[in-house]
Write a protein of this length. Structure first.
Length: 381
């Protein structure tokens, strides 16, 4: 007769065996999550353009450990002064540079980042106790506060610097990982307000419609990695982000000679500065001298443009239905007569601006632009 082994699962009844197995699995999962949280993720993995992984976790940039979102400690979380409106989604941005590599500072243009750099942007919504998605909740930008009990992850977009240029990759969250979706997708969601939202995850090609800021070359470029967007004190590091990048050895020749963009909701900033900053990040990637909308003659990037180039008393060149039957881009003192306000105030795909990236109207941003237009002096003849 073979003696029974003390402590063996074989000596337990079937229900107790199952309980023991479940407990063991739970402990292992908890221990794994602890290791990830305590030690950070494995080293970031750089993939070649012909070998992009299906799973976001294979990059070791952003992943889930249990219910917690884990960010690689090889990356830097950063914020923008004013961000592109994306249907009220919150955004977690990270920057990765290969070891020993540096970015080159530029006062006005996108920083030149070395080959192997990766920018990630994760879109998420907070949830109320019932699980409904909120659009009015603020977030302090700290990724350690993100748990799946309180937030829903929608997508993570990567921009990867290859030797041939930048690549854009959309990953869609499904369960405990996000999966590469070259063709993009539409997420149909109901908000806590009861409003329906058809959230667009752009295709790889649609990413180029915004990130090809020079439509002659067609070269993809990051939009937010500019001095005027990054020049702010980080809520995570309690110091200026440009200085923090320099101290980390990631950015050379940093200066503060430029004017940083405003935080659009900051009551201490001037109305004009906030409006110009809002238009710069939301419209300037197309409406610049080299952008896809240059033929419109409407320039909304934050450069030194004459009022007419910014739409003041400027008739549309080829707006079609997008003009709303109005005569001028901006009519001083009359937002209600301005095409710019009309296009921000509609969610008709054939008339709205921006053309991609939103299906909802940014009511607070619209109010800012209306206030700015209404504050302008002069009249159109």
């Amino acid at each position: 007769m073979t003696p029974e082994k003390s402590g063996s699962l074989d000596t337990l009844t079937a229900p107790m065996q199952q309980l023991a197995k479940n407990t063991l699995h739970g402990l292992l999962a908890t221990f794994s999550a602890f290791l990830l949280t305590a030690c950070g993720q494995n080293e970031v993995t750089i993939h070649s353009a012909d070998d992009y992984p299906d799973r976001l976790s294979d990059w070791s940039l952003v992943s889930l450990a249990g219910t917690k979102l884990i960010i690689s400690d090889q990356t830097l979380v950063y914020e923008l002064n004013t961000a592109l409106f994306s249907d009220y989604a919150l955004k977690l941005r990270t920057l990765y540079l290969p070891e020993g590599a540096q970015a080159k500072f530029d006062t006005t243009q996108t920083f030149e980042l070395p080959v192997g750099s990766i920018i990630s942007k994760t879109f998420l919504y907070p949830k109320d106790p019932s699980g409904a998605l909120l659009t009015s909740s603020s977030w302090n930008g700290d990724p350690s506060t993100i748990t799946m009990n309180d937030y829903e992850l929608i997508e993570t977009r990567l921009m990867v610097r290859q030797a041939t240029g930048w690549d854009a990759l959309p990953y869609v969250w499904d369960g405990d990982d996000a999966y590469l979706s070259i063709t993009g997708t539409i997420r149909r969601m109901t908000l806590a307000s009861g409003e329906s939202l058809n959230y667009l995850v752009p295709s790889k090609n649609q990413c180029a419609s915004c990130h090809a800021t020079n439509h002659t070359t067609g070269e993809l470029m990051p939009i937010g990695i500019k001095a005027r967007h990054l020049d702010r004190v980080s809520s995570l590091y309690d110091k200026n982000q440009l200085d923090h990048l320099a101290e980390r050895g990631w950015l050379t020749n940093v200066s503060h000679e430029h004017m940083p963009n405003a935080v659009w909701g900051d009551t201490e900033q001037s109305l004009e500065h906030k409006a110009r900053s809002y238009l710069d990040i939301n419209c300037g990637h197309c409406h610049n001298a080299q952008g896809a909308a240059d033929t419109s003659g409407l320039l909304l990037d934050y450069e030194d443009h004459p009022p007419s180039a910014m739409g003041v008393c400027k008739p549309p060149i080829a707006a079609g239905r997008g003009s709303g039957g109005l005569m001028y881009g901006v009519v001083p003192g009359h937002a209600d007569k301005s095409i710019l306000s009309f296009r921000l105030a509609t969610n008709d795909p054939g008339m709205m601006m921006p053309e991609l990236g939103r299906s909802l109207i940014h009511q607070e941003g619209l109010a800012l632009i209306n206030d700015w237009i209404n504050s302008l002096d002069g009249q159109c003849l």
